[in-house]
Write a protein that binds this ligand. Structure first.
Ligand code: SAH
Length: 507
């Protein structure tokens, strides 16, 4: 039996970008993942497809699993030889009972490792523009539980010491006791004018910040109904926020955007949206794979020198065309003499990656425009090869034929439904936590609509903004009953991002 092990892993405060590389490495090899309520569930997609995912979150309303049950689960699974990742919000050893879990493992001779995480005690203030230390204001920071009832007989919090323990006091789990915490600090000598900041859902799209002083923060929080999960930052540094706040001014701050394109292609769009402050949830609705029958492509490759033009209408077309060419033991010298066309800049870049320059790219990135633009370049009788998806509109073929060309379409790839993580995305929709859905092709729309098929679809999507990469995709969305809010003017990822910012961005 292989040796079991438990990794106690910090998931960070929420923003998936703050998860550690080591965390990712162990998550990828886990057999079982046991995760908590404040872990961003999108991290779970890093686990391998067959991994067992167990929710151990303790909701404020009802404990789903007792600490004892969690401990024995970890012990048992590791003893049965499994690789267990215990994923905890923030850092595993900053509150959240990671220490107790480690003790249970040690007592039972279960091998374990700790993978620290970015704690909310530091990250939530940082995302609010608050450095927890600063040479001019404080050289110490204390992280304190706000969970203990400060009025309770025998409270372990020594308020007289805490009040001056450090210039900056960061309380976790303290919102229910906020009023008492603030009064106690004043009672024990902190200036009632001391700045206080509350950071709720720090680093998530839901991040909210409320500021005040020890004298008025309790009342302000009550008025704003400001609740957990939040950190309470007490000290002069809290006032620096006015000068240092940064993420809130990003145009897409506070927006959670669903990216539905194929996993390998989602990166560029996700990155662009994140850099504008959005929280991105990647939800691949499609998967790009080789066509069912490679025969026609193989035949075309065998007689490639007989074509005059090779025109690509997508990055995938390029990718799968060359993949097959190489699989057949050939290389790009095979294409000598052929003229190359690309539907748009992304497709052109894909060709350039193979060291190939395009001879033609239309000004407008659509099949319709390609035909019009090429009309001047092709002469009657020229042969054109169009490697493309197995199902694609044949508009381009027809238009080129009208110019007198001899056109052959071959399937270079096909698109199938993906939809990993659907339950999570549904949950997010139900809670109104997805603000914008992006579509980058008609097939992403079709599969998305299929994946959430059912009578509750309109309700799930109520109030959700929909952004499409171009008019064809938008048309498909409308035909399928979606209300389209933004359409890119330039049919590229940059164009889509621009349209999203224009329609949904803060000014
Ligand atoms: N181990 C965690 C803390 C667990 S205790 C860490 O290192 O961050 C849970 C408390 O952490 C919550 O009650 C809240 O006070 C704080 N917390 C966790 N995530 C937070 C977030 N994203 N924003 C603000 N506070 C958060």
């Amino acid at each position: 039996m292989p040796d079991g092990i438990v990794y106690l892993v910090g998931a960070g405060p929420g923003d998936p970008g703050l998860f550690t590389l080591k965390g990712r490495e162990v998550l990828e090899k886990a057999d079982v993942v046991v995760y908590d309520r404040l872990v961003n569930p999108s991290l779970l997609s890093m686990a391998r497809p067959g991994a067992e995912i167990i929710y151990a979150g303790k909701s404020p309303a009802g404990h789903t699993m007792s600490q004892g049950e969690i401990n024995s689960l970890l012990v048992q699974r590791a003893k049965s030889g499994q690789v267990v990742v215990r994923l905890k919000g923030g850092d595993p050893f900053v509150f959240g009972r990671g220490g107790e879990e480690a003790e249970a493992l040690a007592e039972n001779n279960v091998p374990f490792e700790v993978v620290p995480g970015v704690t909310s005690a530091v990250a939530a203030p940082a995302y609010a523009g608050i450095p927890v230390t600063h040479r001019d204001f404080t050289s110490a920071v204390a992280v304190i539980t706000g969970n203990e009832d400060p009025l309770k007989e025998g409270s372990r919090i020594a308020w007289e010491k805490i009040a001056f323990a450090a210039g900056t006091l960061v309380f976790l789990m303290g919102m229910a006791n906020l009023q008492v915490i603030a009064s106690r600090l004043v009672e024990y000598g902190r200036d009632p004018r001391t700045p206080v900041a509350l950071v709720r859902w720090g680093t998530w799209a839901e991040q909210e910040v409320l500021t005040g002083t020890l004298a008025d923060i309790g009342e302000r929080a009550a008025r704003a109904d400001f609740a957990n999960p939040a950190v309470i930052v007490v000290g002069e540094v809290a006032a620096l926020r006015e000068k240092l706040k940064w993420i809130e001014s990003k145009p897409l701050f506070g927006r959670r955007v669903l990216v539905t394109r194929a996993a390998e292609q989602a990166g560029e769009l996700a990155l662009a949206l994140r850099s504008l402050g959005a929280e991105v949830l990647e939800f691949p609705t499609i998967k790009i794979i080789a066509p069912e029958d490679c025969g026609p492509l193989d035949e075309a490759l065998a007689k490639i020198d007989r074509y005059n033009w090779l025109i690509f209408t997508s990055v995938n077309g390029v990718k799968f065309f060359f993949r097959r060419l190489f699989q057949k033991g050939r290389d790009i010298r095979q294409l000598v003499g052929l003229r190359l066309g690309a539907i748009g800049p992304a497709t052109r870049r894909a060709l350039e990656n193979y060291g190939l320059q395009v001879d033609f790219m239309p000004g407008e990135y659509r099949a319709e425009a390609i035909a019009a633009g090429l009309a001047e370049k092709i002469s009657s009788g020229q042969r054109i090869l169009l490697p493309r998806a197995d199902i694609a509109r044949s508009f381009l073929k027809e238009a080129l034929e009208r110019q007198g060309a001899v056109v052959e379409e071959v399937a270079a790839y096909r698109t199938v439904m993906d939809g990993r993580g659907r339950d999570l995305v549904r949950e997010y929709f139900i809670r109104g936590r997805i603000h914008i859905v992006t579509f980058t092709s008609s097939s992403t729309v079709r599969n998305f609509v299929n994946l959430f098929d059912g009578p509750d679809q309109p309700r799930l999507l109520a109030g959700v903004g929909i952004a499409c990469i171009g008019p064809v995709t938008a048309e498909t969305a409308r035909e399928l009953g979606l209300k389209v809010d933004a359409v890119a003017k330039e049919y590229t990822v940059e164009g889509l991002v621009k349209a999203i910012v224009e329609r949904f961005g803060r000014c």
